[in-house]
Design a protein around this ligand. Sequence first.
Ligand code: ATP
Length: 241
Amino acid sequence: MNIGLFGGTFDPVHRGHMALARAALERCTLGRIYFVPANMPPHKQRQPLSPFLHRFTMLALATAEEKAFVPSLLEAPEETEFGRKARGSKPEDDKPDNAKPNYTIDTVRRLKQSLKASDKLFLLIGMDAFADIAKWRETEALFRECEFVVAGRPGYSLADVANALPESLRPRAEVTKPFHKQPATGDLVLPGVTIHLLGDLKQPASATAIREAAAAGKPLGRFLDAPVAEYIRKMGLYKAV
Ligand code: ATP
């Protein structure tokens, strides 16, 4: 089976995420997509995040109607039973005050332990996050372990996608030159790299805009489905302090 892994902070999950997941499902005939909220994403450590519990609950609400969409506890906090189970660790290994960042390569390897040899893994990601992919831990290994599904954004070309690759995997500039004006759609297949480009999903939602709207007491229906908007209201999330 083709399986998707979609990581993020999901603070909160919104229509942009759901559009990416639906487009990837169709394009790569995925049988299942795991939505994996990071307890501590390596790149957003300074920004205060909502508690994992709220972000996971919102994901559970957003994915409830889609059979193939599964909220995942693979990056749950270490000091919870779920976090320990995912990591195969014991209570004495807990580091609640000094949580380790969640690296995608570790999550991919952990997930693969529960998959069949015939299963194929696809990593779902937006172009803004993919732009930093060369800085991720063990990027080359990540490209070996899974194919990538990248959602384009207006203004990004195939050449930008290739140029974001770590130097060891990046094609020579002469190779990517003809792709400068092409929108980010189609497939990019290089030695050790397969990237499926979804093009612009035309979903302007961002979690930052939602948090700002919630803090200003504005309605959230434009960005979110009703159950998640209602949860934010009931729990008083993102209120200005
Ligand atoms: P924030 O505004 O807090 O930075 P975000 O809206 O980008 O958050 P994340 O949880 O950080 O949400 O994103 C998870 C993944 O979803 C990332 O790979 C990101 O690029 C992608 N993504 C988020 N919003 C969109 C969107 N509107 N269209 C396409 N991809 C998106």
